[in-house]
Design a protein around this ligand. Structure first.
Ligand SMILES: [Fe+2]
Ligand SMILES: [Fe+2]
Length: 194
C-alpha cells in the first residue's frame, strides 16, 4: 500500500516540469512514505537513524507547505480548504512530537508510528486530490516554478523537529519558525543527527 502510493507519487511528479512546486512536494510525499516503511522495518540504532530522517523531513515539509503553499491555496481554493490542511498538519505535528519522546524500541512507539503514518497518509492524499490540482489550475508554469524555488529556500531554514506551538499557522511559522529552526539545527549538530 505504502510502496504503491510512493510509486504513483513518483510517476506523477516525473510528469511535471523540473523545479515545479507540486513536483517537489510529490517527491517528498513519496520519500515520507518510504521512510515510514524503513522505520517500521528497522531495529535499534538503524531504527533511530531512519526515524531521525523521517522526523526532519516531515517537520521541514509541513512547515514549507504552511509558509509557501497555504497562502496560495487560500486564494485559489478558499479559506476552508487551507484551514483544513493546516489543522491536519497541526495534529500530525503533535503526534510527531509525542513520537519523538517515545523510545524507538518500545511497543508504544509502534502504535504511535502507525497512527502517525495513517494521519500523514490521509493528509497527503487530500493534498494530492484537492489542494495540488487547485494550485496547479490557479497558477501558471512560471508561478509554479517560483513557488518551487520558495519551497526549497524555506526548507533550508525550516525547523527539523516538530513544534506544536507554531504548526498549523503560517503567521506563527513566519514569526517564530526561524528561531525554532536555529535551536533545532544547533541541537542536531551537537548530537550529530539531522
Ligand atoms: Fe501537508
Ligand atoms: Fe504534503
Amino acid at each position: 500500500m505504502t510502496v504503491q502510493a510512493a510509486e504513483r507519487e513518483r510517476q506523477e511528479a516525473a510528469q511535471l516540469p523540473e523545479g515545479d512546486a507540486v513536483r517537489t512536494l510529490l517527491e517528498q510525499h513519496a520519500r515520507i512514505r518510504e521512510l515510514f516503511q524503513h522505520v517500521s522495518e528497522a531495529e535499534g540504532e538503524h531504527r533511530q537513524q531512519a526515524f531521525d530522517e523521517l522526523r526532519a523531513l516531515l517537520a521541514v515539509h509541513e512547515t514549507a507547505e504552511e509558509m509557501v503553499l497555504r497562502p496560495v491555496t487560500r486564494k485559489v481554493a478558499g479559506a476552508d480548504l487551507a484551514d483544513a490542511r493546516n489543522q491536519e498538519e497541526d495534529k500530525a505535528t503533535r503526534l510527531l512530537a509525542e513520537l519523538e519522546k517515545t523510545d524507538v524500541s518500545s511497543a508504544d512507539f509502534d502504535t504511535r508510528l502507525r497512527q502517525l503514518e495513517q494521519e500523514v497518509g490521509q493528509h497527503a492524499e487530500r493534498e494530492e486530490q484537492e489542494e495540488f490540482p487547485a494550485v496547479r489550475a490557479g497558477c501558471d508554469e512560471e508561478k509554479l516554478r517560483r513557488l518551487g524555488d520558495s519551497l526549497r529556500a524555506v526548507e533550508h531554514f525550516a525547523p527539523t523537529h516538530p513544534h506544536p506551538g507554531t504548526a498549523g499557522s503560517p503567521l506563527r511559522q513566519w514569526a517564530v519558525g526561524p528561531f525554532a529552526s536555529i535551536v533545532d539545527r544547533v541541537r542536531d549538530a551537537v548530537r550529530g543527527r539531522g
